[in-house]
Design a protein around this ligand. Structure first.
Ligand code: FAD
Length: 623
C-alpha cells in the first residue's frame, strides 16, 4: 500500500537550489517531496532581486534549456531588462533582469505547486536517517520521519547561520528566518568536511526619502530581452528604471573611522566573504586610492517603496550605516527600512562530492547550492537541477549525468568545485570557461535540450520547439549557401547597388554574411535574396554560426583533443602510492581530491601534464 512518507527523492530547502532540484527530480518521473522551513519563502531571493548578469545569465539559459524554472519565473517578474556587453562578441553577451521580488517568488511557487510528482511539506529538517552508511530519509523538527532512496540537501545560508550587525550578533538563516542549527550540528558529526563562509547585504531604503533629481537614470533596453527559450517579452510586467549614484569622500571617512566597530575587522567574523561582491567597508580598505564607488539603485518591486542600493553591502553598526547612507548623493534624507548585515554559515568542501553532486562518503545524499561554497541564485539553481536529476536517475538505476566543461557553464561550475574546491564564495564568470565561443547564451538550448530530453528532464513540447528552431537555422544556412552573387548576375548587381559592396568574383550569401560590415538584418534587405527568416532567434543563430565558423571549428578540434582523455575513469580503488614518479605534492593533492576522471585530475592546481601521463600509463597497465 502507498505510504505517504515514502518517496524516491526528498529535497531539503525551498530556495533556488532546492526548487530546481525538486522540479528536476519530479520532471524525470521520481516521486519527490520538497521539505522547507516555510512554504511562504519558497523561491525567496535573500539578497538582490536580480537574475542573470555576466556568466550568470549563461547559467540561467542552461537551466532553462534543461527544463528548469528560473528563466520562466524571471520572464514573469523582470521589471528592468538589459543585455550586458551588447557591443562585445556573442560569447560574453549576457542577459540580466531586475526582478520584482514578490512576482518572482509567486512565479516559482506556481511552477512548483503545479508540477506533477512533486509534494510540498512545511517543516524544518533536524536530522538525516542513515542506515548501513547510506541515507534513507530525514526527521523533521516535530519528529516526523520521511523515507526516501535519495536526499538532496540545499540548506543555503541557514546551517548554523549567524547574523552580524556591528557588535550585535544573533542566530538566523537570513534576516527574518530561523537558522538550521540542529541539522548543522548533526552534519558536523558526519564524514563531510565543513567550514565557515560569510556573505552580506546592504540596508534597504524607502524610495520616497530619495532625491532622484540628483541621480542618473538607467532605463532598461527596448526591446527588452527574454530569458526563457519558450518565453516572450509580452510576459514581462511593467518596466521601470534603475538609477546610479556614488559614495563620497565623506562616506569613506566615516567608514575608515568606524572600522574598529566592524565585525569584519574586529575578528568577530571568521568566514571568508565573496571576493567579487565585497562589503563597502572592504572596498574602502582594499581600494584605498579610490575616492568614490558606484551604487546602482534598484527597485525591489512594482508594488513596494523599497529600493536595493547595490554596492553598499555592510555589517557596520546601524548608526554608522545611517550616517554612511546619508553621506551619499541623493540619500541625504534617506530612511532605512532594513539594516544591512553579514551572515556566517556552514558550507562543505565540494571536493567531497562526485561530479553528479552525490557525497562521496554517504551514498544517496546529494548537496547543492550555497552549502557547496557558491554564491548566487543562478549557481545554486544550476547545481540543484543537476543534483535533483541525478538523485532521480539513481533511483531509476540509471547512470549519472553531468555536462562536461565544453558543453555548459554548469559543467565548468561543477568541475571547478568538485576538482579544486573553494575557500571563498564561488561565483561564475565567463572567464572561467575555456570554450567561451561554444558556450554562448544564444545556443544553450542547442547544446543541452536534446540531452535533457533523453534524460527525461525536458518535456516533449520544449524538445519539439528546439527541433523546429534547429531545422529553421539549418534550412536558412543551406539556402544562403546556394545564393550566388557574381559580377555579371542580378544578385551581384543588387548587392553593389543596395549595399555598396563591390562584387568582383563569384561569392555566396554566407560569404557575404561573414564580412564584418554586414549582419543578417542588413544583408537580407536585398530583396533579390528572397524573404528573410522572421524569427529573431533563428536569424541570430544563422548570423553567429556563419560569422564564427572558422573559430568554432578550431575550438571543436581542441575540444576533441581534450576529450580523448577527459573521461578516462580513475577507479575508486586506485592506489596512487603505486604510481612511480609522482611528486609528494601531486600525490597529496590527488589523494585528497580523489578525482573520478583524468580530466578532473588534470584540472587540480599543481597536477602537471607529466603527472597525468604517469597516471594514464598506470591506468592502462591496470586494465
Ligand atoms: P537559499 O536560497 O538560502 O535557500 C535555502 C532554503 O533552505 C530556504 O528556503 C530555507 O528555509 C531552507 N532550509 C534551510 N535549512 C532547512 C532545514 N533544516 N529544513 C528545511 N528547510 C531548510 N548572492 C549573490 O550572488 N550576491 C550577493 O551579494 C549575495 N548576498 C547575499 C547576502 C545575504 C545576507 C544572503 C543571505 C545571501 C546572499 N546571496 C548573494 C546569496 C544568495 O542568496 C544565495 O546564493 C542563494 O539564495 C543560494 O540558494 P540556495 O538554494 O543554496 O539557498
Amino acid at each position: 500500500m502507498f505510504h505517504p512518507t515514502y518517496y524516491d527523492v526528498i529535497v531539503i530547502g525551498g530556495g533556488h537550489a532546492g526548487t530546481e532540484a525538486a522540479l528536476a527530480a519530479a520532471r524525470s518521473g521520481a516521486r519527490t517531496l520538497l521539505l522547507s522551513h516555510n512554504i511562504e519563502t519558497i523561491g525567496q531571493m535573500s539578497c538582490n532581486p536580480a537574475i542573470g548578469g555576466i556568466g550568470k545569465g549563461h547559467l540561467v539559459k542552461e537551466i532553462d534549456a534543461l527544463g528548469g524554472a528560473m528563466a520562466r519565473a524571471a520572464d514573469r517578474a523582470g521589471i528592468q531588462w538589459r543585455t550586458l556587453n551588447a557591443s562585445k562578441g556573442p560569447a560574453v553577451r549576457a542577459t540580466r533582469c531586475q526582478a520584482d521580488r514578490s512576482l518572482y517568488k509567486a512565479a516559482i511557487r506556481h511552477i512548483v505547486e503545479t508540477q506533477p510528482n512533486l509534494e510540498l511539506f512545511q517543516q524544518a529538517v533536524d536530522d538525516l536517517l542513515i542506515e548501513g552508511g547510506r541515507v534513507t530519509g530525514v526527521v523533521t523538527q516535530m519528529g516526523l520521519a520521511f523515507h526516501a532512496k535519495t536526499v538532496v540537501l540545499t540548506a543555503g545560508t541557514f546551517l548554523a547561520g549567524k547574523i552580524h550587525i556591528g557588535q550585535a550578533q544573533y542566530a538566523g538563516g537570513r534576516a527574518g528566518d530561523p537558522p538550521a542549527s540542529t541539522l548543522a550540528q548533526r552534519l558536523r558529526e558526519l564524514p563531510v568536511a565543513a567550514d565557515r563562509l560569510k556573505t552580506g547585504t546592504p540596508p534597504r531604503i524607502d524610495t520616497r526619502s530619495i532625491d532622484f533629481s540628483a541621480l542618473q537614470e538607467q532605463p532598461g533596453d527596448d526591446p527588452a530581452p527574454v530569458f526563457s527559450y519558450l518565453g516572450s517579452s509580452s510576459e514581462h510586467p511593467r518596466q521601470v528604471s534603475c538609477w546610479i549614484t556614488h559614495t563620497s569622500e565623506q562616506t569613506h571617512e566615516l567608514i575608515r573611522g568606524s572600522l574598529d566597530r566592524s565585525p569584519l575587522y574586529s575578528g568577530q567574523i571568521e568566514g571568508i566573504g565573496p571576493r567579487y561582491c565585497p562589503s563597502i567597508e572592504d572596498k574602502v580598505v582594499r581600494f584605498a586610492e579610490k575616492s568614490s564607488h558606484q551604487i546602482f539603485i534598484e527597485p525591489e518591486g512594482l508594488d513596494t517603496f523599497e529600493i536595493y542600493p547595490n554596492g553598499i553591502s555592510t555589517s557596520l553598526p546601524y548608526d554608522v550605516q545611517l550616517a554612511l547612507v546619508r553621506s551619499i548623493k541623493g540619500f541625504e534624507h534617506a530612511h532605512i527600512t532594513r539594516p544591512g548585515y553579514a551572515i556566517e554559515y556552514d558550507y562543505f568542501d565540494p571536493r567531497g562530492l562526485q561530479p553528479w553532486l552525490e557525497t562521496k562518503t554517504i551514498p544517496g545524499l546529494y548537496f547543492a547550492g550555497q552549502i557547496n561554497g557558491t554564491t548566487g541564485y543562478e549557481e545554486a539553481g544550476a547545481q540543484g537541477l543537476i543534483a535533483g536529476l541525478n538523485a532521480a536517475l539513481a533511483v531509476q538505476g540509471k547512470a549519472p549525468w553531468y555536462p562536461r566543461r565544453d558543453e555548459a557553464y554548469i559543467g565548468v561550475l561543477i568541475d571547478d568545485l568538485t576538482s579544486n574546491g573553494t575557500i571563498e564564495p564561488y561565483r561564475m564568470f565567463t572567464s572561467r570557461a575555456e570554450y567561451r565561443l561554444h558556450l554562448r547564451e544564444d545556443n544553450a538550448d542547442l547544446r543541452l535540450t536534446e540531452t535533457g530530453h533523453g534524460l527525461g528532464v525536458v518535456p516533449q513540447a520544449r524538445f519539439d520547439a528546439l527541433r523546429a528552431k534547429r531545422e529553421a537555422v539549418e534550412r536558412e544556412i543551406q539556402r544562403l549557401g546556394t545564393l550566388w552573387a557574381a559580377p555579371n548576375n542580378a544578385l551581384g548587381a543588387a548587392i553593389e547597388r543596395q549595399l555598396g559592396i563591390a562584387v568582383s568574383r563569384e561569392t555566396n550569401a554566407l560569404d557575404l554574411l561573414r564580412r564584418p560590415e554586414l549582419d543578417y538584418a542588413k544583408l537580407t534587405t536585398v530583396s533579390e535574396l528572397g524573404p528573410a527568416v522572421e524569427r529573431a532567434d533563428v536569424a541570430a543563430q544563422v548570423e553567429v554560426q556563419t560569422k564564427y565558423t572558422g573559430y568554432l571549428e578550431r575550438q571543436r578540434d581542441e575540444i576533441e583533443r581534450q576529450r580523448r582523455n577527459e573521461h578516462t575513469a580513475i577507479p575508486a580503488s586506485f592506489d596512487y602510492d603505486k604510481v612511480r614518479g609522482l611528486s609528494i605534492e601531486v600525490l597529496l593533492k590527488l589523494k585528497r581530491s580523489l578525482p573520478a576522471t583524468i580530466g578532473q585530475a588534470a584540472r587540480i592546481s599543481g597536477v602537471t601534464p607529466a603527472a597525468i601521463s604517469l597516471l594514464l600509463v598506470h591506468i592502462k597497465r591496470r586494465n
